[in-house]
Design a protein around this ligand. Structure first.
Ligand SMILES: N[C@@H](CCC(=O)N[C@@H](CS)C(=O)NCC(=O)O)C(=O)O
Length: 215
């Protein structure tokens, strides 16, 4: 089976990268420079008409939407146990993933692309500040979920990889997220995983390639 992950550094496409690495899958990547709007080229829009990463191309067939891609990886590589075996825990893990996608991600976009939320001149800072309040409320909820736990469930799952991205991305914006101690500890735990170390090395490599191509 041939797998190609459409990927951009720092973006949420790092989640399936980590999970494919966790599963020991063989895959290659299609680097998409969002900063250069490569996600809206005709060639990329044929892969994902929504103009977003990630997309996982499976034997030539693109699969889009992070939650669906993660479930596909978990089901394709059951030995990696990327989702809980217990049916109730399984859907609870999907609940956390859906929350990352539909609850947290839009608040991160509000920080990164405030002009998509309000294009009144001079409104960007207000949009960001307003959004960061909600983002903090969401991180508070996650901090409580992670209290006294290593992972969201008994073992590492897709939900951990997805929340890792959310919290890491949140930390890249102005609001200081260091007060969310359990989230910070979770992030540090994630950074110990070989899959995340592989991702971080790959991310740095692609960032350097992008910088060289577009100095
Ligand atoms: N609903 C999509 C959202 C993906 C998404 O928004 N990806 C961002 C990167 S984190 C993106 O491609 N942004 C490009 C843009 O919006 O122009 C999913 O969950 O896969």
């Amino acid at each position: 089976m041939k797998l190609t992950l459409a990927y951009c550094p720092v973006a949420c496409s790092l989640v399936p990268y980590i999970l494919l690495a966790e599963a020991g899958a063989e895959f290659d990547t299609l680097p998409v420079n969002l900063g250069k709007n490569e996600n809206n080229t005709p060639a990329y829009l044929r892969i994902n008409p929504k103009g977003k990463v990630p997309a996982l191309i499976i034997d030539g067939q693109p699969l889009t939407e992070n939650v669906a891609i993660q479930i596909w990886i978990a089901r394709q590589y059951p030995a990696a146990r990327l989702l809980p075996a217990d049916p109730m825990e399984y859907v609870r893990a999907i609940s956390v993933m859906a929350w990352c996608a539909a609850g947290i991600h839009p608040k991160l976009t509000q920080q990164a692309r405030p002009e998509r939320y309000c294009d009144l001149p001079g409104s960007a800072d207000n949009v960001r500040t307003h959004g960061s309040h909600t983002l903090f409320e969401l991180f508070e909820i996650a901090d409580n979920m992670l209290a006294g736990r290593e992972w969201f469930f008994d073992d590492f799952t897709c939900a951990d990889a997805y929340f890792y991205w959310c919290f890491r991305r949140g930390g890249m914006f102005k609001p200081d997220v260091s007060g969310f101690k359990n989230c910070v500890a979770h992030l540090r735990r994630m950074e110990q995983r070989p899959s995340v170390q592989k991702l971080l090395a790959y991310e740095a490599q692609v960032q350097a390639e992008f910088a060289k191509a577009n100095p």
